[in-house]
Design a protein around this ligand. Structure first.
Ligand code: GAR
Length: 187
């Protein structure tokens, strides 16, 4: 199998990146992580790129030419597929056009519910029954592209934000690899 050259965008902990690195070591897993992009120089996730010798670049979204830097590097590393894994910035419409239907994101809610930030506190406030995660294609609307996979669990009365995050991320570590396998199954 020829693995798809993939770039993972991160902003923080990078636990989903770490999980994808492990999965991508399997010959049968459809992607190779060829590049990591972070908008945060202090993101812990960068340490995984270093540890596993994956090229990484830092971008400053405050700089005018940051988008060019992204596009140039995606070209340089022959990137064919993009995975947003805890990337907390909006992707430009130019990049979306360049990678039409080849950018996915993992979001910590059962979309279309709770788009955007602070999902867990809003869920608790609204006394939601279920929480979960969604892997979806990225389009121009925030957290609005079509869903590929969702995984859900019932919220317990004792669940606080921290516990919800933990339970959600546990599902994310299964959802993201499964979504990637599903996408490339027919390629
Ligand atoms: C993940 O739980 C992901 O769902 C969320 O950020 C976390 C990153 O964790 N993404 C968003 O909220 C996107 N709006 P990680 O850095 O440990 O993978």
């Amino acid at each position: 199998m020829v693995k798809k050259n993939t770039c993972v965008f991160i902003s923080g902990q990078g636990s989903n990146l770490r999980n994808l690195i492990f999965h991508s070591r399997d010959d049968k897993f459809p992607i190779k992580i060829s590049l990591v992009i972070s908008n945060n120089k202090k993101a812990f996730g960068i340490s995984y790129a270093k540890k596993y010798k994956i090229p990484f670049i830092l971008i400053n979204t405050g700089n005018q030419d940051y988008e060019n830097k992204i596009l140039l590097n995606l070209k340089k590393y022959k990137i064919e597929f993009i995975c947003l894994a805890g990337y907390m910035k909006i992707i430009s419409s130019n990049l979306i056009k360049n990678f039409n239907n080849r950018i996915i994101n993992i979001h910590p809610s059962l979309l279309p519910k709770f788009k955007g930030l602070n999902t867990f506190s809003r869920m608790l406030k609204k006394k939601e029954v279920k929480a979960g995660c969604t892997v979806h294609y990225v389009n121009e609307k925030l957290d609005g592209g079509s869903a590929i996979i969702q995984k859900a669990f019932f919220i317990d009365v004792n669940d606080d934000e921290q516990i919800l995050k933990k339970k959600t991320q546990k599902l994310e570590y299964r959802a993201l690899p499964e979504a990637i396998i599903k996408i490339f199954r027919n390629f």
